[in-house]
Design a binder for this molecule. Sequence first.
Ligand code: IVH
Length: 683
Amino acid sequence: MGWIEFGRDDATSARIATLAEQIAHHSNLYYNLATPEISDVEFDALWDELKSLDSEHPQLRRVGAPIPPGSVKVTHRFPMRSLDKATGDDEVAHFVAETTAHGRRFVAQPKLDGSALSLEYRRGRLVRASTRGSGERGEDVTANALRIPNIPDRLSWEGDCHVRGEVVMHLDVFREKYADIAPNPRNLAAGSLRQKNIDSGKGDASDLAFHAYDVRFVPNDEKHPDSPDALQFEGDSESIAWLRKVGITPAEEVVIEGSDDDDTTQALLAETKRWTQERDTAVWELDGVVFKLDNLAKRELLGQTAHHPRWALAWKFPPEEATTVLLGIDWQTGRTGAVTPVARVAPVVVSGVTVENTTLHNVGEVERLGVSIGDKVRVVRRGDVIPKIIETLGPAQVSDIEGRFHADGEPFTGDLPAKTPPQVPIDCPECNTNLELDGAFLRCSNLSCPARLARSILYWCRALEMDGIGEKLVDQLCEVKLVKTIPDIYRLTSEQIQSLERMAEKSATNVMNQLDATREMSLDTFLSALGLPGIGPELATAFAGEICTMDALIALSEEDLGRLVAIEGVGETVAYSLMAGVTDRSEMLEDFNRILTISEVAKTEAPSGPLVGLSFCITGTLNRPRKEIALQIKAAGGKVVSTVSGKLDFLVAGENAGSKLEKATRLGVNVLNEVEWEAMLQP
Ligand code: IVH
């Protein structure tokens, strides 16, 4: 038998290499493909041996085949929702009043201003980390998350769970290493997490920190068979303590419990004041305080809207303001044909972000502000939204634009413009079509206006997650007239794409593959991606559940109005928007119908129950939270509205019902007290 002579170190290195290779192979089978070939005991033996030989081996920090961050989409097993926001004391009091039937014990944590991350642990090992994305689907960023020092690749509990938290960059690290290259730590945290290469210059993920705010356990019937059962805690405070115990860093929390509503509200407000004081000395940026009902079972009872849970509230610091000078107004035609004024202002820092452009929304807003070019203006930035101009302060002085810097640190050298009233365009800045005034909006009615076309195509591609098709490519396609309508993109050839600037064979193939992957879709996806004016994704889904097929959509006529307005949340205005959108695009829809396979959507079940066809409005102080009553009405097939009109069937009125009760009485609407209302539910 021939032996290869190894020195002891060589033999060890060879063994290490073999072990790493085997672990990579079996992890991929186990975690990514779910087809393991060896038992867990055997796998753990390989793992432990490698660890004993080289405890720092990178394979021990890697699971399955490494995926380039951002290239794979992840559907969240538990959607990552937003939070309802509040800024005023009265809103906090309202939140307490609405949840109070479920307890007065709340967990408070700082609202960290970073980038949300979900960590998926299987059998206690980190198998995947993903960004929040749309809340339903995010991006796989495992490789970068593993570089964050306080994210453990193994928990001290060997089960299946999803840990959610915020990735932040500590301010001292930001100031020392990055203040010159990024506007704020939040942008940097998001950029470092999503970057494809560590050396992309966006910041090193090992400079980030993770602070958890939530953990969800995979139900027993879905968990890995060898994992321990899902854990059940009574309160969130216990799950936070548990996170700490298994090796996760939670965001610091306090538990607040009041004796009555007032007392509870005061205690929560005291916490907002404490953080307002500590904000300046905190090691990371925060933009408010999050309050969450502690009792987990009661959270379930309160449930959530499509946007946020009803058991939590984010109190935000008051907005920051600054003044600057209006240098000019650009008019831009958007996807829906609305022509929006964009203000160019002298660079100004608001809440840590340098602002040079800001929307003025519509022509009505320009008139309302009475603003002229050369005026000094007040800018406000609320939370993470785009800053806006809220007030005109009259003609600016030269000193108002001195000592300013662009976001990249270059000094601003512009001159103070002479005071000139804004010029409102008569024709579309892109296609010269005569503009129409539609309420406060100016509109271009030309459906093939190049600006509208490019933005509609981008909207289509974003909605269908074709991220290989970006703004530059779409602009070129429209410019050289390779594409004149959205369906045209499905007629492109790889050669045509390669003929464009900065497109090589590989990127063209990527675009072609992405287009091929979207040649089949269901009607709801189609209608969402089409982005008809006034029809967002939620309405698109609601309409698809009634219209069901592409042929029926194309054939839509006035006769369908009745069944459209019968859809929950749809009024006549939206129904007409849909019909106008469809009629204006009839040729394009026919074209889509030929070129794509658009599958039928099952009809949304008509609501059933004793209250079908009846509408309710709820007002005043009742024994139970309004939300609970509203849910009961919906469950019984009724519709809940927020305003009183002659068409309303019932007003449920509690103590101290004010103007709504008056109006209902005046209009002859039936008024029910809580006892009468409960009687109505009885069969
Ligand atoms: S709780 C179901 N707690 O705020 C909601 N969120 O506006 C669970 N955030 O996307 C979220 N600090 O990324 C919670 N202590 C905290 C937070 C926090 C920051 C972020 C979070 C979320 C966003 C919602």
